[in-house]
Design a protein around this ligand. Structure first.
Ligand SMILES: [Zn+2]
Length: 170
């Protein structure tokens, strides 16, 4: 099943703010999402660490992210669907928002050995001051990475959101 993640405008605006703060540095964090139906998720929050570079983020200290996630969970307690960690996100300020070999290796390592057996990876790139390019890829233990679908809620046509990417052949 192809996973779809709906990103409300409010979350997109937060993401844009983080990306502007991050500038040329790669930044990232965790995705927290509500499951609304099988395979369907809505982004309810994202954690961000503006201090740490992201190359080894998958192994970096979870401390700031788990604290931020606790707050997001608390704020989402009124939701009916299950709200939980969905995966990771980070920016590619200088190159296309598709998973690098390092990204694929890190995520695969996480689902195969150290973390949850399933996780999504969202990669974003700010184009100009308002437009965001992004992809989502899902990783499941024992399976190849798979492209998911990102949906911008109430998207305006000029938002310039794209999610055309096919996962690499491993
Ligand atoms: Zn990357």
């Amino acid at each position: 099943m192809t996973l779809s993640l709906t990103v409300p405008r409010s979350q997109l605006e937060k993401l844009q703010t983080h990306l502007k703060q991050g500038g040329k540095r790669e930044i990232g964090g965790w995705l927290v999402a509500e499951q609304t139906a099988p395979g369907k998720f809505e982004l309810v929050g994202l954690t961000v660490d503006l201090e740490v570079g992201t190359r080894d983020r998958f192994d970096s200290l979870p401390e700031p992210h788990s604290k931020q996630m606790d707050r997001i969970l608390l704020e989402s307690s009124g939701r009916t669907g299950r709200v939980d960690y969905l995966g990771e996100w980070h920016s590619h300020p200088a190159f296309p928002p598709i998973p690098s070999e390092i990204d694929v290796a890190s995520m695969t390592n996480m689902v195969e050995y150290s973390g949850p057996s399933f996780a999504a990876l969202v990669i974003v790139r700010l184009m100009g001051s308002a437009s965001i390019q992004a992809t989502i890829t899902t990783f499941q233990r024992g399976q190849l990475p798979k492209a998911g679908q990102l949906i911008i809620a109430n998207a305006v046509p000029e938002a310039g959101f794209s999610e055309s990417w096919q996962p690499p052949e491993l």
